[in-house]
Design a binder for this molecule. Structure first.
Ligand SMILES: [Fe+2]
Length: 319
């Protein structure tokens, strides 16, 4: 089964002291790379014939668990950013006090463990042991070291790609910024889920009420030659910072729908994307649907498209 890209869960332009550029690069290149690797490894596994030597199967299974770990940990990492980290809600405080003695004791160990990875790489996780029914902080020096029978509820990426662009080698400043941006509501949701023996929720911010397409579905439609009209509806201020868009797409200003709506073929479906799939693409899609078009927005926007390795084209007006 193909692993689909999950749209970035956090609004990347909203973080305090962590740049949109770094977060999006992390999502598209490192997370996207892990998803692409996982799909490639699974395809190789499926194609392996029964007579293949054990070392080939073993090597692929090793690569599979590395990519599986990276995919899930990155999704959890993006999903636990975007809040006011220093305002820990009472519900989380109570749980941390119960399992660590005090919030301060939890924080000292979590942050201290993260600092111990400065200059190296790995993950720091506040994790729940289902078997022992307790929370604890764990360190993972690679993607495969998540504890047995455990569910991470707070995930901190300590690989240099997570901070070098903004902070250079100053891992301490990055850790401080991460702590300021923890989304405790997401963490509490996970805590409740794992304590009730439910699976960890997927933090997918997509609007479920509006018809949409995943980037993989769009790619399949385009590969089949379906006559879909792909519309780039990123705001003018966003598109002015970039020189490329999805191959085959046309950019139109989302604030001036009335000026260009007549250019669209009314009998062909329209796929609308914005930067990340939060609201601009959705609002243009809504407008087009109200005007009778078979329009859908693309979940995760062009960032999810790039994360799958989707092709890009130079904007016609970009020198
Ligand atoms: Fe990462």
């Amino acid at each position: 089964m193909q692993q689909e890209i999950t749209p970035i869960a956090v609004r990347p332009w909203t973080l305090n002291g962590i740049s949109e550029r770094m977060l999006v690069s992390h999502y598209e290149n490192n997370y996207g790379g892990a998803v692409r690797t996982l799909n490639a490894v699974r395809a190789d596994l499926a194609a392996l014939d029964a007579g293949a030597p054990g070392y080939r199967l073993r090597a692929l299974k090793r690569e599979e668990i590395i990519a599986m770990g990276s995919v899930t940990l990155h999704e959890l990492y993006f999903g636990n950013l975007g809040g006011e980290g220093n305002k820990i809600p009472d519900r989380a405080r109570t749980i941390l006090e119960e399992h660590f003695g005090s919030v301060g004791a939890w924080r000292r160990e979590f942050v201290g463990t993260a600092r111990s990875l400065a200059g190296g790489s790995g993950w720091v996780l506040l994790t729940y042991s289902r078997r022992q029914r307790r929370f604890w902080n764990q360190v993972a020096t690679n993607h495969t070291q998540a504890a047995v029978d455990a569910a991470p509820v707070l995930v901190l990426d300590m690989y240099e790609h997570a901070y070098h662009m903004d902070f250079g080698a100053n891992a301490t400043a990055y850790i401080d910024a991460f702590m300021r941006n923890i989304d405790w509501a997401a963490v509490i949701y996970r805590m409740d889920a794992v304590r009730a023996d439910r699976s960890l929720p997927l933090e997918d911010p997509s609007d479920k009420a509006l018809p949409s397409l995943s980037v993989e579905e769009l790619a399949a439609q385009l590969a089949k030659g379906e006559p879909v009209q792909v519309l780039d509806a990123r705001p003018r201020h966003h598109i002015s910072r970039t020189v490329d868009l999805m191959e085959g797409a046309i950019w139109r200003d989302p604030d001036r729908v009335d000026e260009w709506i007549g250019e669209l073929a009314p009998d062909r479906p329209v796929a609308v994307y914005c930067a990340y799939g939060f609201h601009v693409g959705c609002s243009v899609t809504k407008t087009l649907r109200e005007r009778g078009f078979d329009a859908r927005y693309i979940r995760g926007g062009i960032s999810a498209w790039y994360a799958t390795g989707g092709s890009r084209a130079l904007r016609p007006d970009a020198g």
